[in-house]
Write a protein that binds this ligand. Structure first.
Ligand code: AMP
Length: 282
C-alpha cells in the first residue's frame, strides 16, 4: 500500500492505474478509522480493482467553535487499518496542500443541505462538498463510498454529483454499530464512561421508533414525540434536533410516514454532539 501526501504524487499513481485499465474506488475519511470506515473500504475493495482512502481532517467543514483542533488523529493506526482492509493508496494531505492561500472557490448544494445538521452547522456542507469535489477531481474514482451514518452528507453528495454531472457512482453503506447499539464514530472517544452509557439513548429511542413504524404508526409527530420524550428523560442528553424527512427527494419534513423516510437525530451527550438515524421504506 502506498501513502501520498501530495496531489501530484497521488495523480501519478492513479493515472498509472487508469492506463492499466484498473477501476478505482475512493473512500473519503477524516481518519481515526474504526470498523465503520473499514466496512466502506472492504466494500470498495470488492467492487474496484484499486481502492484509495483519503485521510484528511478538513478545516473548511468545521466552524470556529467546533472541534477541528481536538478532532482525534492516529495516522499510524489508520494506515494499518487501510492496509488490512485491502486499500492500495492512502492520500493524507496537509491543509496547505489542499487549500492554497488564494483559495476562493466553493461548492454549495442548496435545499438538501439546509435542514437537519445544516441548521446547527450552517457552513458544514459547503466545506464537505468543496473538499469531496476536490478529492473527486484529484482521484477521479469510478465509485465513491459514504456511510449512511451521515445520511444527510450522503444525500448532499448524491445531489452534488447529479447536479454537476460528475461521472462517479455514489455508494451508500449501512451504519456499523458497537455491540450495545451505539453507532461507531471517531467522536465516541470524547465520551466519559458515564456519558458512554447515556449515549445509548440515541439508538434505543430510534429502535423503539422503528418498531412503532413497523407496527403501523403513520403519524410523524407521534414518532417524533416518542423519541424526544425518551431522550429528554436522559439527564446527560440534550437534543439538537429530531426530524422525520423524505429520503428520496429533498429531505423535507413529512407529516405522514409513507415511502422512503429518514428519521435523523443529533444529540449532545455532555459536550459531544452525536448523530444517528434510520431509513425505512413503507
Ligand atoms: P468521517 O471520518 O467521520 O468523516 O467518516 C468517513 C466516512 O465513513 C463517511 O462516509 C461516514 O458516513 C462513514 N462512517 C463513519 N462512521 C460510520 C459507521 N458507524 N458506519 C458506517 N459508515 C460510517
Amino acid at each position: 500500500m502506498k501513502i501520498a501526501t501530495e496531489i501530484e504524487q497521488t495523480r501519478d499513481i492513479i493515472s498509472f492505474w487508469k492506463k492499466e485499465g484498473f477501476s478505482v474506488g475512493l473512500v473519503p475519511t477524516m481518519g481515526y478509522l474504526h470498523e465503520g470506515h473499514k466496512s466502506l473500504i472492504e466494500r470498495a475493495v470488492k467492487e474496484n480493482d484499486k481502492v484509495v482512502v483519503s485521510v484528511f481532517v478538513n478545516p473548511m467543514q468545521f466552524a470556529p467553535n467546533e472541534d477541528f483542533d481536538s478532532y482525534p488523529r492516529d495516522f499510524d493506526k489508520d494506515i494499518a487499518l487501510c492496509e488490512n482492509a485491502g486499500a492500495k493508496l492512502v492520500f493524507h494531505p496537509e491543509p496547505d496542500e489542499m487549500y492554497n492561500k488564494n483559495f476562493t472557490s466553493y461548492v454549495d448544494t442548496a435545499q438538501v443541505s439546509e435542514g437537519l445538521c445544516g441548521k446547527s452547522r450552517p457552513i458544514h456542507f459547503r466545506g464537505v462538498c468543496t473538499v469531496v469535489c476536490k478529492l473527486f477531481n484529484i482521484v477521479q474514482p469510478d465509485r465513491a463510498y459514504f456511510g449512511e451514518k451521515d445520511a444527510q452528507q450522503l444525500a448532499v453528495i448524491k445531489r452534488m454529483v447529479d447536479d454537476l454531472n460528475m461521472n462517479i457512482k455514489i455508494v451508500g453503506c449501512p451504519i456499523i454499530r458497537e455491540e450495545d447499539g451505539l453507532a461507531k464514530s471517531s467522536r465516541n472517544i470524547y465520551l466519559s464512561a458515564e456519558e458512554r452509557k447515556a449515549a445509548l439513548i440515541l439508538n434505543k429511542s430510534l429502535k423503539l421508533a422503528k418498531e412503532k413504524i413497523y407496527a403501523g404508526e403513520k403519524a410523524a409527530e407521534k414518532i417524533k414525540t416518542l423519541i424526544v420524550d425518551m431522550i429528554n428523560n436522559e439527564p446527560l442528553a440534550k437534543i439538537d434536533y429530531v426530524e422525520i424527512v423524505d429520503w428520496d427527494k429533498n429531505l423535507d419534513e413529512v407529516k405522514v410516514i409513507e415511502g422512503e423516510i429518514l428519521t435523523a437525530i443529533a444529540v449532545y451527550i455532555g459536550k459531544t454532539r452525536l448523530i444517528d438515524n434510520f431509513i425505512v421504506k413503507c
